[in-house]
Design a protein around this ligand. Structure first.
Ligand code: AKB
Length: 310
């Protein structure tokens, strides 16, 4: 099956293309970034801008993917620095991806939504169905993407599905998100022996290790449509405080120095998000279950970082 991944150079896309290829997919990437030197053999890279509809349409028309994983996006912290760019990439980009799917007969479009779709003052844990009043441009455009995708499903029969990702943690390069502090603790902690965290020690949001996140999106894509009662699902894993992350890193990297120096802007974004998500719909409808808790994730990530660095 041919799968097109938009944003294949991003934090999720980089790992996703490998997972999809390992499952036998013929993977094509559409991304503005130049072809990476470590691109797996057999993956094709088409350089293009998600904001440019005709470029994207040409690509989808020529490649005829059966499924699009639409992951091109500007994340929350970068989006607050450049809201116009975030609007263009996230809002127009999603519309272009949906239109490309409609015009060229793509069967399914998988969408990366986020906990940033939620705003402040919601129940803890936050339910799947709740009023969505985000405070960031990133969150606003992701809510719009959810709604638009639902419209395409109802109006045109496109099999639109997506998950609200928690903050994601992996060994790769983070992409301008507010939750990046968690992965920086591991990466900078190991490489530099220190990290100054930009949110306070009590800060808590839902977080997930990348292998769980990749499994979630692929499992949702492959679930029988008849089992699914909605398009978009909360998925949860762990919700450690920033201090608990720091302790997990300290316990595994002797002598590491982790300190806290709050950046009020990023702290305010983080505080507008829920601490925990209720993912019972995903668990009931397509069997979602995370595998990595804080300890297992910390062991695995540090081992991966050590082996990449040696
Ligand atoms: C961000 O921090 O912007 C992202 C997200 C929560 O979607 N990691």
């Amino acid at each position: 099956m041919r799968i097109l991944v938009t944003g294949g150079a991003g934090q999720v896309g980089t790992d996703l293309i490998r997972v999809l290829q390992a499952r036998g997919a013929d993977v094509v990437v559409y991304d503005l970034a130049p072809t990476p030197v470590d691109l797996p053999d057999g993956v094709r890279w088409i350089r293009g801008d998600i904001c440019n509809a005709s470029e994207l349409y040409d690509c989808v028309k020529a490649e005829r993917p059966e499924v699009i994983y639409h992951f091109a996006a500007i994340l929350s912290a970068s989006g607050e620095k450049m809201p116009h760019r975030a609007y263009a990439v996230n809002q127009h980009g999603t519309y272009h991806a949906l239109e490309a799917a409609r015009l060229f007969g793509v069967r399914q479009l998988m969408f990366a939504s986020t906990i940033a779709a939620f705003g402040p003052g919601l129940p803890d844990p936050v339910p799947n169905e709740v009023s969505l009043l985000p405070t960031t441009m990133y969150g606003v455009t992701k809510v719009a993407g959810e709604m638009l995708g639902n419209y395409y499903r109802e109006k045109w029969g496109l099999d639109f599905r997506g998950v609200r990702f928690p903050g994601l943690i992996n060994a790769g390069v983070p992409g301008g998100g507010t939750t990046d502090y968690a992965l920086h603790m591991y990466v900078s902690g190991l490489r530099d022996g220190r990290y100054e965290c930009y949110v306070g020690p009590e800060s808590t949001v839902p977080m997930m290790y990348m292998p769980d996140a990749l499994r979630a999106i692929v499992e949702l894509s492959e679930s029988p449509r008849a089992d699914l009662g909605r398009c978009i699902y909360n998925i949860g894993a762990v919700s450690p405080t920033a201090e608990e992350f720091a302790d997990a890193v300290r316990a595994r990297i002797p002598g590491v120095e982790i300190t806290f120096n709050v950046d009020p802007k990023r702290q305010a974004i983080l505080d507008s998000w829920p601490k925990r998500v209720d993912d019972s719909r995903a668990r009931a409808e397509w069997g979602w279950k995370h595998e990595f808790d804080l300890d297992r994730m910390s062991d695995d990530l540090i081992e991966k970082l050590r082996s990449t660095d040696s």
